[in-house]
Design a protein around this ligand. Sequence first.
Ligand SMILES: Nc1ncnc2c1ncn2[C@@H]1O[C@H](COP(=O)(O)OP(=O)(O)OP(=O)(O)O)[C@@H](O)[C@H]1O
Length: 587
Amino acid sequence: METTEQSNKSGIEKFRPYFGLLKPVKTQFAGGLSMGILYGAASGFGLPFLLYKIIPLVSADPRPDIWKMAAYIAVFPVAMLIRSASGFINTYLISFCGMRVLIQLQSRVLRKLQALPLGFFHENTVGDLMARVTGDTLALQQVLTKVANDLVKQPVTMIGAVSALIYLAVKEQDVWFLMLFLATMPLIILPLRVFGKRILKRAKQVQAQSGDISKYVSENLSAVREVRAFNLQENEITRFDQALDNFCHLSMKVVKYSNIVRPTVEVVGVFCVSGAVVYMLEKNIIAAAASMLAALYMAYDPVKKFGEIHVAMKKGEAALERIEYVLHAENYVPEPGHPVPLENVRGQVDFENVHFRYLEEWVLKDVTLSFKPGSVVALVGPSGAGKTTIADLIPRFYDVQQGEVKIDGIDVKSVSKEALRSVISVVSQDTFLFNDTILENIRIGRPEATDEQIFEAARHAFAHDFILELEEGYATVVGERGTRLSGGQKQRIAIARAFLKQAPILILDEATSALDSESEKKIQVALERLVCEKTVFMIAHRFATIRMADTIVVMEDGYVRGVGSHDELYNSDELYTKLYNRQFSGD
Ligand SMILES: Nc1ncnc2c1ncn2[C@@H]1O[C@H](COP(=O)(O)OP(=O)(O)OP(=O)(O)O)[C@@H](O)[C@H]1O
């Protein structure tokens, strides 16, 4: 998946699609650009030109008087002042524009991640995505800061210096000097190309390896219990050490190739300058020597810096490619072009000839079901039968490949995801709480709710009392992922959220983990209150919940095997009877 159309492009082409992001800072960019041009012209052409013009004046015979000399010489500090000031303003403005572009890029990545469907997060690990969103954007930022300094200045300096060389060659009627300079160019550009390719390859490997490292760390930190319970610490350390070793090995290759470019260019440059000196002595053009050497230096120096820019750009390309993996990821659950409004939802839900697969294998096969508003539906069946999948299709966590899922007769694919999800509450078995206060965690259900409405929802969910017993009550911060609360308490907070949301459709993924009987009883009563006047889909792992349901759907291997009430199915549906009896004999 990494090899997108983008990755076939090279160099500046890769960055071209992002030039549009410069729009909001176009004035600063234009300012930076003109300052860079001024700097480049002053360095590349200005200095050799001034030397060429002023040296004969100050060394004229007879010597000019001291005031005239001072005036001639003063031109150099003034020129230097212009060069330094424009150089500084250029770097500042270009860095500013770069940062603004980067911020927009980061924001695009996060926006894209919000839009991507659940499937994307199953295909990619959190650690790797974290590395792409933070590590790779940071790498890009470092590249940018490095490159911004030289991006405009150096090419213009080079053009200026080459123009100065041409000017001097014409003035001195000596083109050989110019030829000598041009002949050395391929010698300098060759190592840039060779090493640049290697750097790109290695930099990509380094970034991927850093993704792996971050994957190990995030896995290790989210499985602290398992790691200790199964004595996996040593394994984890070995795995991590190996990844670090590999990272170090690859990073050193990048260091090697990055740092070989500059000395190579320097050595070739020194040979050429030495050749030029010999040539000038031989030709006896000493008068123009200072300006020619200055022009030569000004022409080689940018090449040396190009080397560094090239290296940095290659590292940037590697980081950009990894970021683009997210930016260009296909959204399998797209927003409709012209969303149909979904208003005053009654809660009729229909599945019409639904076929669905995550990968190759169909996990739902020709499912056709129809539920009236207010139905309380229990989905039962052996593990892996497709119960969760059916429920996930209603809020479009996934899209069906064949058939339709409809709410009040409207295909869910034709309404906006936001509108669709605003009419559905989901209470999952693994409640996620944000590291915020209990009050704010419940408010997620309806952001505009008043505190009083939140307390009311918590009362309905049997959460109010235990919350008040906490030292800081509703202001208690729950800890990362809600670690400071028990499983049952977290679930009651999830139910309170659903009470607050009051959506006409409710999906309840019943908890599989055993709760103490007190907690379970309260949750049961809270759920019974919650399901009132809603169309409810319960993924029933335990049959105790089933008595709330008026319709039971029996699933097996992706097929619907039976639909009816408990009384209708018990004894008439073999699979249901078996599942039911097994639960109760096991309880
Ligand atoms: N993200 C996924 N990627 C690939 N296959 C999946 C994914 N999620 C579920 N499956 C497969 O789809 C099938 C149906 O899974 P589903 O979770 O809907 O079953 P279930 O009836 O809810 O099971 P359980 O009672 O164990 O939760 C299973 O074979 C499962 O392995």
